[in-house]
Write a protein that binds this ligand. Structure first.
Ligand code: NDP
Length: 485
């Protein structure tokens, strides 16, 4: 098999196999070919991983922060040097075109390792004067063992966005990738070991939801960071609450992208396409509700249709290919089910809606619906495929209210040349991450995360520190103790 890893799991600095676990066939979404087989973690494997993490963490936390950071920065360099091989693996694992994986997956993982490698040594506390010579100071301590649970759309990036801050600030991690994409996290683990990460600090265990649930409920776990759907988020958050564990929840969305009629049409169309068709639409922060002011709607749709029809679907390993298949037959069927629902509810199909003439993978063509109403299923539910809904609007107050009328709050975008309006609208949007005249860019320097049902906590940027450390406050009495008895 062309992508078979040395073993299913990676524990205590080495590959670990246990074929007693349920077999998981890894399928290349373009050909349907089985490219690897791994086994789900048995309770014994989970035990080993959690014990290794517990054992290794205290030592790691005691090291000089600058030394921890150096390991991560070395890993970032290795990752960049191996970008092509890692990208090819990511393409096989996910079906995303190489054109994308070469610039958005291992490279983004490397950015996180480099950023948090640099941030490791910048952590400090505060001194708080209290009068009479007394004072308090604060310490930022690691949480301990973190469980990372990933979705299938950005396997390398998700593993690194969680592992990099966790490790930089002195934690250990046990990471469970999606059962659909188990391969890249194993490479990340090997690479961290090669960069000098001591054994036990980054472990990978395979399996479906049950393995994730076992991790979340284990007393050895201090924090859970999940990237997944809102439904899974609810279950994981509730299970973590049982043990009063820290959580970061990066969940789904149905984000609005608002285009005012003074915007550059080409930029707005380009952003809407990036925010709906990149990774075949399997991106959590996608701006799937594209609100276009009436004066611009016809021109916007015309340009959008023209450019969407020109998107090249095909072999993901061919660098000319612009859009690959969806992750699985199940996801393709889910997405085509939504397209049928859109048609049934009377939305106007402007382009796409089928398999783009391809029968060789789980393809769905770039699809645009116009005349979409807020109450249609396609405007309310996360589709997680290349399906864009265009909705007309008249004025600012109206569009703001409609944009916010969603249980989700992951992201939002505004296109306008009027910058006062842009900032005013952004201030009113109920979303964790907003873009003005850009969309879906998520550099590591910038905190990323959602509000409302889209999540809790933030990844990346300085904000990640708060989610991978806890605060200790120390009161120091400098005088005598004044007791009333
Ligand atoms: P799922 O919610 O189905 O799964 C996410 C992960 O959780 C998987 O590893 C899954 O295992 C695991 N899991 C499932 N049930 C449980 C449980 N009870 N306890 C612990 N772990 C569990 O999401 P998808 O993989 O389908 O990914 C798509 C979703 O992820 C979309 O909603 C998308 O919006 C969201 N997402 C959010 C991002 C963000 O940063 N906000 C980024 C990317 C995606 P398995 O799948 O192996 O069964």
């Amino acid at each position: 098999m062309r992508a078979q890893p040395p073993a299913s799991h990676y524990i205590d600095g080495a590959p670990v196999e246990d074929t007693a676990g349920e077999p998981i066939d890894v399928i290349y979404p373009y050909t349907g070919e089985v490219i690897a087989r791994v086994h789900a973690a048995t309770p014994a494997v989970l035990d080993r991983a959690l014990d290794a993490a517990r054992r290794a963490q205290a030592d790691w936390a005691a090291r000089a922060p600058v030394e921890r950071g150096r390991v991560l920065r070395r890993a970032a360099e290795l990752m960049r040097a191996r970008n092509r091989a890692l990208s090819e693996l990511e393409t096989l694992d996910t079906g995303k075109p190489l054109q994308e994986t070469l610039v958005a997956d291992a490279t983004s993982g490397a950015d996180a390792l480099e950023y948090f490698g640099g941030a490791a040594a910048t952590v400090t506390g505060h001194t708080i004067p209290l009068g009479g010579g007394d004072f308090a100071y604060t310490l930022r301590e690691p949480l301990g063992v973190c469980a990372g649970i990933g979705a299938w759309n950005y396997p390398t990036q998700i593993a690194c966005w969680k592992a990099a801050p966790a490790l930089a600030f002195g934690n250990a991690m046990v990471f469970k990738p999606s059962e659909l994409t188990p391969l890249s996290a194993l490479r990340v683990a090997e690479l961290l070991t090669e960069a000098g990460l001591p054994p036990g600090l980054f472990n990978v265990v395979q399996g479906a939801g049950a393995v994730g649930a076992a991790l979340v409920g284990d007393a050895r776990v201090d924090k859970v960071s999940l990237t997944g759907s809102v439904d899974t988020g609810r279950r994981v958050y509730a299970a973590a609450a049982e043990g009063i564990r820290h959580v970061t929840m990066e969940l789904g969305g149905k984000s609005p992208l608002i285009v005012f009629d003074d915007a550059s049409v080409d930029d707005a169309v380009g952003a809407a396409m990036l925010g709906n068709f990149y990774s075949a639409g399997q991106v959590c922060s996608n701006g799937t509700r594209v609100f276009v002011q009436r004066g611009l709607e016809a021109r916007f749709l015309e340009r959008l249709t023209e450019r969407s029809r020109a998107i090249l679907l095909g072999d993901p390993l061919d660098e000319a290919t612009q859009m690959g298949p969806l992750i699985s037959a199940g996801q393709r069927d889910r997405v085509t089910g939504y397209i049928r629902a859109g048609l049934d509810e009377g939305a106007r199909l402007v382009c796409g809606g089928d398999h783009g003439g391809r029968n060789d993978g789980f393809f769905v063509a770039p699809t645009v619906f116009a005349d979409v109403h807020d109450d249609m299923i396609i405007a309310r539910e996360e589709i997680f495929g290349p399906v864009m809904c265009v909705l007309g609007f008249d004025d600012e107050a109206e569009v703001l209210a409609r944009a916010n009328a969603s249980p989700f709050g992951l992201a939002a975008g505004v296109f306008t040349r009027d910058l006062s309006r842009a900032h005013r609208v952004v201030a009113g949007l109920e979303a964790g991450t907003c873009w003005i005249n850009s969309y879906n860019l998520t550099p590591v320097e910038m905190p990323f995360g959602g509000v409302k049902a889209s999540g809790v906590g933030r990844e990346n940027g300085p904000a990640a520190l708060e989610h991978y450390t806890r605060l200790k406050t120390v009161h120091v009495g400098m005088g005598g103790v004044d007791a009333p008895y």
